[in-house]
Design a protein around this ligand. Structure first.
Ligand SMILES: *Cc1c(COP(=O)(O)O)cnc(C)c1O
Length: 492
């Protein structure tokens, strides 16, 4: 039989089970609490002549084939890719856009249904799961358990709603998401969806989701009822791998626009859970000529401090910022970087335990990365500056990356690509008040109209009708109530 790529847990040992890609997509997180990683990151030699002729979906098929070979058939992959990346789900005909603004380029990843980059992976993941379920002997209903800092929840709900064989429950920090994100989630339709607010921050909610996920008693109960847990969080390999695609796509678009084929590119990535930038790291390891991965943080700058000093320390004060999807102190995908850099005999296990337990540890800083952070004031100033100078509007997360772009600077022979992770419409309040304080007088929804006027565009369809929608999910619980929220709902 042809060889399939195998995936192992970051916390596994030699005896640990190796999974195929499709098995890892269903499983989400390993029994030992680790994340699945490919046994070996494949090489993908750029053939720019061909690549520059490929559209987004062709890039996706080509790139993902390296990870899913002989597991998902090419026909299955094509079906998944075309079900995800199409004109029904994305407002841009090219799915993602690369825009030159001044001397930098913006990689716009927000043309999906929920106007944020999470759609890139979450419109595909449900289809990868469906196809994976068909490969199993006794398929169980997948119960997707998700904690969100905002965008994941909205995007996962859209991706999974009414997908056969799945149910999804989303927990969001009651005071940690934007008004519009919250409205999106609590009005979400779909027969298989449930949304619950949590009195606590994102890290608390995510830690509790992890505990429920690994709870033996709950798992046994679900299994005997014909259900099993799965995760749509950014730790799932079915999210990580689709995210590698757009790094290659961005590069070939730049080559198409006249950039030399081996020219070094820096990607500046607004970072929270470290999933997006980790996909960039995989792209680099696969052979894409990336010079630096520039990790942009907001005031929750645990990653900046690590890249600056080599000491990783999550034990610190947590701030709510205007880039809420980056308000994270334990970036869960960082575990995959630690796994890649540290050998078992050099204390890998101890470091991973410290990482998830909020304990300080040191690790030599890889030269692939450099970190910067933006204060709230710098973020707002960046939004105004880019708009005043170029008439181009960016959201708060992208603005954090823009600040990092300026701090790194323009360096001879290097091209800076700013990864643009959300539409400015999604964070209209902060974006508009950054441009002119006269907008402070309006509420979030009125500001959508004002933004449309200012930019001579129209309010994106997914937001246009949000205000009047009926609230379907009013429930709010304490962290300690999350378990019961799952148990009371999954069979309904
Ligand atoms: C999720 C998100 C991020 C952070 O991405 P990670 O993969 O978690 O690092 C940045 N910006 C926006 C708009 C997001 O939704």
């Amino acid at each position: 039989m042809a060889k399939k790529m195998k995936y192992t847990s970051t916390r596994g040992d030699k005896k640990s089970k190796r999974l195929t890609a499709s098995q890892s997509v269903l499983k989400g997180i390993a029994d030992d609490g680790g994340l699945y990683v490919p046994r070996k990151i494949p090489q993908a030699y750029l053939t720019p002549g061909v690549l520059s002729g490929f559209n987004y979906n062709a890039h996706a098929l080509w790139l993902m084939g390296h990870y899913f070979k002989n597991d998902y058939t090419p026909a299955e992959l094509v079906k998944c890719i075309d079900s995800a990346y199409n004109s029904k789900n994305f407002s841009s005909p090219s799915i993602v856009d690369v825009k030159e603004v001044g001397s930098a380029a913006f990689l716009e990843l927000y043309h999906g249904k929920t106007l944020a980059f999470k759609d890139m992976a979450l419109s595909l993941l449900p289809h990868l799961m469906s196809a994976a379920l068909k490969k199993t002997q006794k398929p169980k209903t997948q119960v997707i358990l998700t904690a969100t800092s905002g965008d994941t929840g909205v995007s996962a709900l859209e991706g999974f709603k009414d997908v056969d064989g799945t149910k999804i429950i989303v927990f969001y920090p009651e005071n940690g998401v934007s008004v519009i994100q919250k409205q999106h989630m609590i009005t979400q339709t779909g027969g298989n969806v449930h949304v619950v607010g949590v009195r606590g921050n994102f890290d608390d909610a995510q830690s509790e989701v992890k505990r429920i996920f690994l709870d033996d008693r709950i798992n046994k109960q679900l299994n005997s009822d014909g259900y099993e847990f799965s995760s749509a969080n950014s730790i799932n390999t079915g999210r990580l791998i689709p995210q590698i695609v757009y790094y290659f796509y961005a590069y070939s678009q730049l080559v198409r626009g006249g950039m030399a084929i081996d020219a070094p590119v820096n990607f500046i990535v607004p970072t929270g859970n470290f999933g997006n930038i980790l996909a960039g790291y995989y792209a680099k390891k696969m052979g894409l000529p990336i010079n630096k991965l520039i990790c942009a943080s907001n005031e929750n700058k645990v990653l900046f401090d690590y890249f600056d000093t080599g000491v990783f320390d999550s034990n610190r004060e947590f701030y709510l910022t205007t880039s809420p999807s980056m308000d994270i102190l334990i970036p869960s995908n960082f575990e995959r970087l630690v796994y890649d850099l540290v050998q078992p005999e050099d204390g890998l296990r101890e470091m991973l335990v410290k990482l998830s337990g909020k304990q300080k540890f040191s690790m030599p800083v890889p030269k692939d990365f450099v970190g910067y952070y933006a204060t709230e004031q710098e973020t707002r100033a960046a939004i105004k500056k880019v708009f005043d100078n170029h008439g181009y509007l960016i959201d708060t997360h992208t603005a954090v990356a823009y600040v990092a772009h300026e701090k790194y600077g323009e360096r001879a022979g290097e091209k800076n690509v700013i990864v643009s992770t959300a539409s400015p419409y999604k964070f209209a309040k902060t974006v508009m008040s950054s441009i002119d304080e006269k907008y402070d007088a309006y509420d979030d929804f009125a500001l959508l109209e004002k933004m449309a006027e200012l930019t001579n565009s129209i309010v994106p369809a997914p937001l246009a009708g949000l205000q009047g929608k009926e609230v379907l999910h009013p429930t709010v619980v304490d962290i300690s109530g999350m378990k019961d929220a799952v148990l009371d709902w999954y069979k309904t």
